[in-house]
Design a protein. Structure first.
Length: 456
């Protein structure tokens, strides 16, 4: 019987009367009854919460067992808890109390040790090619970039950045694709060949389990649950994407790796607001262009859209990274802060990933040129001031583009708040979109700036 909507099923239990219950990595527990009817028993998104049906939250419910009619025991592996899912009439008269401290990723403890780089030299530095919070995905499937990208060549050895234990029954996936990943403890490594070399030769049989087809070709790699890794152990090699992506924190609740004292990481380069990169729109999305003595005339609520990008030390000249912090302040005609705007109103601050899957659509402006951050505005009585610092607290400079944009020009990295190219023609645009859609290596075109290492 089909169970729709499950994402990487990890647990299963069958009752005496034939009811089947399956759990997945996103924390859903679905029942297929013996009469073929299906329903969601509990859970919807990862996390921790005691509640009814979809209000409950689980984090990797890997083990299931029936404890009589209407009662299901759940091994909530990600939260390190054993929990009970039961019909209201079958709950205990005095149910056990929830944990005094809700399970969570302990960022403070993780921060006690500096974070090493996942490639040699471990003390770095290496080029950062992408940051947490940049928008990814096509229209209707927008999402935030969940970590950082470290630019290295294909075949480079990837090492564990922290001691860790493999807790999930599915700790590696997307075998053979550019998005292959593996997870050890709270750290995830993406765009790798897990447990094997560039030539697809398996290594470390004590912790990785390869599967071969009848012709002897490697077709799957599994990471043993409970396997232990120490800092510096080789876990993978970089695939053809030419960078390794690093996540820190539980899936869907990632923290910014740059906030964990990445060794020798420096950010002394201020962000850049493109010339003419601040635009005002009304609530219906119409550009406000009418001016009075050089000032744009506004009325009612206003949307402020900012075309900005950042860099850090060691970036190539063409590299454009996402913003770390964005805010605004409304000023009176004389230049002093207006009432209610004594301090900067922050609308973006990427210390950790937003839990709401729709947040990327709220933060990044829609339209022809995605990759432009939106500041949700108010009814401004006068002028305004933008606040766009980077991780080091530096504020932006205005910068003139080396070449003017032509009609029809667009940003490549959808919603990434980075200007991937200055000008490019329709042929290049089509090639770039085909590359993003298929994830196949693309021979770089002259007018595209480093497509491979920027389209995660």
């Amino acid at each position: 019987m089909p169970l729709e909507g499950l994402f990487r099923p990890i647990g299963i239990a069958v009752s005496r009367r034939g009811d089947v219950v399956v759990s997945d990595q996103r924390g859903r527990i679905v029942e297929a009854a013996a009469d073929q009817a299906t329903r969601t028993l509990a859970g919807s998104t990862p996390g921790f919460h005691d509640g009814a049906a979809s209000d409950a939250r689980f984090r990797s419910p890997a083990g299931l067992a029936f404890a009589g009619p209407g009662r299901l025991i759940v091994a909530d592996a990600g939260n390190a808890l054993v929990r009970l899912v039961a019909e209201a009439s079958r709950l205990e008269p005095w149910p056990p109390a929830s944990p005094r401290v809700a399970p969570r990723f302990d960022a403070d403890e993780f921060r006690l040790q500096p974070l090493l780089w996942p490639v040699e030299p471990f003390e770095g530095p290496h080029e950062i090619a992408g940051t947490l919070g940049e928008a990814r995905g096509g229209e209707g499937a927008e999402r935030f970039h969940a970590g950082i990208d470290v630019r290295v060549d294909e075949g480079t050895l990837v090492h564990a950045v922290r001691n860790g234990i493999v807790a999930s029954p599915i700790a590696t996936d997307e075998f053979g694709s550019l998005n292959e990943w593996l997870r050890i403890g709270p750290v995830t490594y993406v765009h790798v060949r897990a447990g094997r070399t560039r030539r697809n030769e398996a290594f470390d049989p004590a912790r990785f389990v390869p599967t071969y087809d009848p012709a002897g070709r490697l077709v799957l790699m599994r990471l043993k649950r409970g396997a232990r890794f120490t800092t510096g152990d080789v876990v993978a090699t970089v695939n053809a994407f030419n960078h390794v992506h690093l996540n820190v924190g539980w899936p869907g609740e990632e923290h910014n790796p740059l906030a964990f004292r990445l060794v020798q990481f420096e950010d002394t380069v201020p962000p850049t607001i493109a010339k003419g990169g601040v635009r005002l729109y009304d609530e219906d999305g119409r550009l406000l262009a009418r001016r009075d003595r050089g000032r744009i005339v506004v009325s009612g609520r206003v949307r402020v859209v900012v075309d900005a990008a950042d860099q850090v030390d060691g970036n190539r000249p063409q590299r454009r990274l996402g913003l770390y912090d964005l805010g605004y302040q409304v000023l009176s005609k004389g230049g002093s802060p207006a009432t209610g705007f004594d301090t900067v109103h922050h609308t973006l601050h990427f210390d950790r990933l937003a839990a709401d899957p729709a947040a990327a659509r709220l933060v990044y402006a829609a339209g022809r040129r995605r990759g432009v951050a939106r500041v949700l505005g108010h009814d401004p009585p006068g002028a305004g001031r933008l606040h766009v610092p980077d991780l080091g607290g530096r504020h932006p400079r205005q910068r003139r583009r080396s070449q003017p944009r032509r009609a029809g020009d667009r940003c490549l990295a959808l919603g990434a708040c980075r200007l991937m190219m200055e000008t490019w023609n329709a042929k290049a645009a089509k090639a770039a979109k085909e590359y993003i859609r298929s994830w196949r290596p693309l021979r770089p075109l002259r007018s595209i700036a480093d497509v491979r290492s920027s389209a995660t």
